[in-house]
Design a protein around this ligand. Structure first.
Ligand code: FPP
Length: 243
């Protein structure tokens, strides 16, 4: 196994992960799809723990998209149960590690048990100052942007904002990620190379890494290889390299 050497001074501030490949992993191992998602949750635990240990500022995970409701009901139910189980089993340790949990997405449309567990996790960890762990659930980036536009339109209609004051900072301040740095590194596993409506605004200048492994097979070593790959990239933000 190749070991990555990481420069602790050049870690990405914000890592986004699209955890793709649970379904293919389950098929490959002749297991039910729910087992793929369960194995995916296991893989996730280690990545969260390590991100906190090495001092990543923010980690955003795509757990359930607004489009995922269209999957077969047993799969949606399995994902909802896993989410609940995850929050119930991990919250004590995450809180102990000073992790602040934030949910990206529309919580109101979730089943009551899940909604309450997510709100409880956000409330309990609100004052924590360690890793900012963002979990996107019932999340879609276009819906997030439309929501920000709606909130701004409302402020203008109510006379508390001038139309010309709507700038990038005003939009960013009304996204679920308000106050967080932009995504520096976006990882999508399983070899697929697309954003699938994940953090379109926040990834404007992100570096992309697309490891081939299916998410449940993604290890800490793989994660560190992605971080090392990020450290080789030259980030110019549309400008010229320094002379
Ligand atoms: C994509 O794999 C993965 C998902 C739609 C769900 C991701 C969820 C988890 C890893 C577990 C639950 C999350 C938390 C935070 C506890 P896919 O099923 O689309 O894979 P495929 O493309 O191979 O079918």
């Amino acid at each position: 196994m190749k070991e990555a050497t990481l420069n602790p001074d050049r870690l990405p501030r914000h890592v986004g992960i699209i955890m793709d490949g649970n379904g293919r992993w389950a098929r490959k191992n002749k297991l039910k799809i729910a087992m793929g998602h369960r194995a995916g949750t296991e893989a996730l635990r280690e990545i969260i723990r390590n991100s906190s240990d090495i001092g990543i500022e923010a980690l955003s995970l795509y757990a359930f998209s607004t489009e995922n409701w269209a999957r077969p009901k047993p799969e949606v139910d399995a994902l909802m149960s896993l989410l609940l189980e995850f929050f119930r089993s991990e919250i004590d340790e995450l809180h102990q590690k000073n992790v602040r949990i934030r949910i990206l997405g529309e919580k109101d449309a979730l089943p009551p048990q899940q909604r309450l567990a997510l709100i409880a996790a956000e409330t309990r960890t609100f004052d924590n100052t360690g890793l900012k762990l963002n979990i996107a659930i019932n999340y879609g980036s276009r819906a997030e942007l439309a929501r920000a536009a709606r909130l701004l339109a409302r402020e203008v209609a109510e006379g508390i904002r001038l139309p010309d004051s709507v700038d990038e900072a005003a939009v960013a301040g009304l996204l679920y990620t308000a106050g967080l740095p932009d995504v520096d590194l976006l990882i999508r596993t399983s070899g697929e190379m697309r954003l699938s409506n994940f953090m379109l605004w926040q990834c404007a200048y992100a570096e992309f890494v697309f490891p081939k492994k299916l998410w449940p097979d993604f290890t800490l070593e793989d994660y560190h290889l992605c971080l090392a790959e990020y450290q080789t990239r030259s980030r110019r933000y549309g400008k010229r390299e320094e002379e």
